[in-house]
Design a protein around this ligand. Sequence first.
Ligand code: ATP
Ligand code: MG
Length: 279
Amino acid sequence: MNTTATNSASQTAIRVQGITKSFKDLHVLRGVDFEVKAGSIFALLGSNGAGKTTLVRILSTLLKADAGTATVYGFDVATNAGDVRESISLTGQFAAVDEVLSGRENLVLIAKLRHLKNPGAIADELLARFSLTEAGSRKAATYSGGMRRRLDIAMSLIGNPPIIFLDEPTTGLDPQARIEVWQTIKKLAKDGTTVLLTTQYLDEAEQLADRIAILHKGTIIQNGTLSELKQLLPAAKVEYIEKQPSLEDVFLALVGDTGEIDSADGRTERAVSAGKESR
Ligand SMILES: Nc1ncnc2c1ncn2[C@@H]1O[C@H](COP(=O)(O)OP(=O)(O)OP(=O)(O)O)[C@@H](O)[C@H]1O
Ligand SMILES: [Mg+2]
């Protein structure tokens, strides 16, 4: 790998300028610009079909942009694809785990494919790091969704890439598994890896990201830290509203132990007060 480019990437790990991409008449990306600081977590937020995967595929050299430039770890994705590939890993939207193999065998396989020495030791180290040591010898088919996702991320870390792309890392996971994957991602960034993740979940971006960019109708419509984005809305204000009583309020008022008397409008005092709350 060219170390000159590595130095220039010490500040900016990913730089995207004016990227466009259309599929026939469908203009998915219409000029996307953003930068990702080295060692940070950057979340690309967008609804279904916004073009998140398309952008990740361009940045990981799987797809060519129509126009614009992008550099990853200082290397141009169009003209230096080989160096880009050596600097990144991609965990796709759909898990790449081989279910017939055990967790450990999956890791050993990738280490061998990458021509690394001591694939067994690499596999054991990653199993330990992702709390999969005990499950390591079991077939991946028996893993829970969260374990499979963690194994998937572990596989993508073989060879210690400085930049990792995670395309919707927690879609389809239950809340507990999502938290496990979040912790994994936070740990990666803490150890210096640059993470670009895509998500449709606002809370995921909120939990993880140093910066959040919103991809909408082909461009980045907002890009900032969580607090910067929150400042775009007027400050929260406290207001009092009077809700219509719910059936539960009515029920409690009718059978309740206070024996309050119906007021003139047919509602009980208790129902009215139960329906008042602050927001
Ligand atoms: N190879 C392709 N050929 C034609 N259309 C494509 C191709 N790849 C993506 N698209 C279209 O481009 C649009 C963006 O797709 P993309 O997969 O990038 O969205 P996404 O933001 O990742 O969505 P999701 O949240 O559902 O994963 C969609 O309308 C999709 O159908
Ligand atoms: Mg996608």
